[in-house]
Design a protein around this ligand. Sequence first.
Ligand code: FEO
Length: 383
Amino acid sequence: MITDTIKYIGVNDSTIDFFEGLFETPDGMSYNSYIILDEKIAVADSVEADFADEWFDNIERESGKKAPDYLIIHHMEPDHSANILNFAKKYPEAIIVSSDKSFKMMKNFFGTDFSSRRIIVKDGDTLSLGKHSLSFLSASMVHWPEVMVSYENEEKVLFSADAFGKFGTLNKNDDWVCEARRYYFGIAGKYGVQVQKLLSKIAQLDIKIICSLHGPVLKDNIDRYIGLYGVWSSYKAEEDGILIAYTSVYGNTKSAAELLFEMLKKRGKENVILTDLARCDMYEAVEAAFRYEKLVLASITYNADIFPFMREFITLLIQRGYSNRTVALIENGSWAPFAAKRMKEMLENCKNISFAKQCVTVLSALNDESTAQTEALANELIR
Ligand code: FEO
């Protein structure tokens, strides 16, 4: 229960392995849906295709088997929209409420745009249900172009679509921030400008509860969640920390990365993470890169380029607007080390990146010279 008249009717998916076919979900995923009980009954969003029966059972349980009057669709990605047509068939009197762009997408997904039974809403429009009323705000590109959020004026609830979501089923009692950050940078990281736009719109609202399409209903510390979204979407570092991300074949580049890690620890730097890009969840590494102020990239030279895992990692960062950070480079090459040059070239068009003066060049294995370079880099990074 969210309030006496707003109830949760979503589902937990504990079998999913990759959300959107891409993001590891060891703790599953929730597809959230809500029902507002008033003179008119409104359902907010549907759930993923495999969970139709459970969702309809939840609707009936909470509505007392009264047919809903409205289905409000905030976002058309199939994890939320898959059961629109099933809903429309089950409740033939119900009206579908959504943005113009959503109805165009419905035509593509379902072969109908519900023209005889729909309300098209745009930024600023309001829908009254009795005591409750919903005000709609466009949230284009958070995470698709048709997205809207809505604010329930009576109980001060923000139905935030994908925003403020996280990975994991609802019975996971973990801290919101870790999986919410991985979710944010994985899914919406590219759209910082649009997220900022949404934040400036909702800054005018008195929000008591956030109902996202994924993860827990947020009731306490609302300012903390909105504040973190403000940091993430502005591409500023959340913490003064260092991520060392490496790829290594025979362990020598790994040794250089580990040596730097130890040197930073010895110098009192606490917030340092070391990660092997070939073996970690790549999106955990992406999340950490955006979380921290500094990033060290260590790669072998491979086909006169960088190792594929490093190329993928840097590409993921660039796609998400990586900027405003300090980057240091460690390269390894047995005859023609190229990796530092290539990594730098890849990041050159990112905004406001400063490269550490000290580059570490390992020629096959660490020696006195590259150890001294690592030492100089550690000193530079803690300054
Ligand atoms: Fe949860 Fe963009 O769908």
